[in-house]
Ligand binder design. Sequence first.
Ligand code: MLT
Length: 267
Amino acid sequence: MLSYKGVNTAQENRNGYAVLLLHAFPISAEMWEPQLRAIEAAGFMAVAPNSFGIEGSEEKQDWSFTDYAHELAALLDSLHCRKVTVVGLSMGGYQAFAFLKCYPEKIASIVLCDTRSEDDALPARQQRQEFINAIEAHGPEEAVRRMLPNFFSSKTALEKPELPEHAAEMIRKQSNRAIVEAMKAIMTREDATPLLSGITCPVLVLNGEEDRITTPETAAGIQTQIPGALLGILHEAAHLSNMEQPEQFNALLLEHIQALTISSEKT
Ligand code: MLT
């Protein structure tokens, strides 16, 4: 089973709807704290699971995002959630695509944040293998050293050092094994681009304007391929845009969720 952070999970979930928040690599569901608080205040249920091997989630070797999609479905069933808005940031976006492929009937809408649809070309896979070798040799601190500089804008790193420090703490809590196995899932993921034109549910694409890992151009490329998708660019935000600009992020996310509720009340 997967460990998770949840809000409004105790109340009877009569309409069977929840927001499913899928986290980035190599951090944890803790990154969604600002969104969990806002979704809770708005009265919706939300579930933010941890990937395999993180914060008590089952450890697994050689797992794929398809394996993870099946675990997500089992978790949602156990919480009586029939339909979700899937929100995935970066690796969470890759997981959202796998969930879409396996369980389209469970998806009310999708929010794709700072992510990409294509799989890795050979040079990217080689770089990822080199990353794995470095983690095996030096442990999670090596992931902090390599990943952190791209997570937040330089302004935030200077003015709010507690944010990079919080992300670093999340990475330091991971085992070498959990980081390596997640990276293997990333580098063997399927190309989700062929799915885009067939998506029929509402989609919101969000991206930090200063994200160098997945750029605003990448986000715009996803948006234009999904019929009717909307694009929101978050100012003064880099890769972990939800942590860096929670007010902008939450406003767009809640607007998206509330529009769904209104349209389902009309039908
Ligand atoms: C993430 O933030 O989840 C990673 O940057 C994903 C990736 O490396 O492709």
